[in-house]
Design a protein around this ligand. Structure first.
Ligand SMILES: [Zn+2]
Length: 227
């Protein structure tokens, strides 16, 4: 009896010491910066990771005109999936990019999260700094899927105002009343003919000049909306 117990203990010990660490994801996600950038606890040190082969729309760019609703949504997606989780990293080629950030595939629950972003239309397959050495075909397939389904960045027309304020209003009705676009950064509002009408932060929709003013927006001096 004693020998069996000893054997059992040895087997258990081997399981815990050898097998389990293989499944444990070693790096804790400390912060999701945006759709394709994270801070993780990397061997006891806080490190910034730029995800390989993806490029999600901007959401925290210092030049605010480059930040888009899609960028914010992509950020939210990555945050929801990765914040506080433990992940693995896979490297390919150069381990660090020009800003000293780690360039990596993030593995969540043994699946490649970079690929997931492309699969869900939050990023194109990004090859500016080279194709994926191991997953080129997978990225191509993932992007084809997202394009075919018109997901997120591939949506036609691109989600602007409708996605900004989810509502039960029918799209036709939205279009009919979409007269002025308010810029959420500058708090100016524009009429349909204005070159700023479709600006990336012009996501507030007003049905009338008064509605815009009541919400604290000012008429654009270029298009003088509603005059
Ligand atoms: Zn204007």
């Amino acid at each position: 009896m004693l020998t069996i117990e000893k054997k059992t203990l040895v087997v258990l010990f081997l399981l815990f010491s050898l097998v389990l660490p293989c499944f444990a994801d070693p790096y804790k996600v400390m912060r999701v910066v945006d759709g394709d950038t994270l801070d993780i606890d990397y061997q006891g040190k806080r490190e910034r990771i730029r995800l390989l082969n993806v490029d999600t729309p901007e959401s925290v760019h210092p030049d605010k005109t480059r930040n888009t609703l899609l960028g914010k949504q992509a950020s939210d997606y990555t945050r929801k999936r990765l914040a506080g989780k433990s992940v693995s990293l896979e490297f390919e080629g150069k381990k660090r990019g020009k800003y000293g950030r780690l360039l990596a595939y993030v593995i969540l629950d043994r699946k490649n999260f970079n690929l997931e972003l492309v699969q869900n239309g939050w990023s194109p397959y990004y090859t500016k700094y080279g194709q994926s050495q191991t997953l080129h075909g997978n990225f191509i397939d993932a992007q084809a899927h997202a394009k075919a389904q018109q997901l997120n960045i591939w949506a036609d027309p691109p989600p602007r105002s409708i996605a900004a304020k989810p509502s039960a209003t029918a799209p036709e009705q939205m279009t009919a009343t979409r007269r002025f676009h308010g810029n959420t950064q500058s708090h100016k509002f524009h009429g349909p003919g204005c070159r700023y009408f479709h600006c990336s932060t012009c996501t507030r929709i007003f049905s009338s000049r008064n509605a815009a003013k009541d919400a604290g927006f000012f008429p654009c001096q270029v298009c003088l909306p509603g005059r």
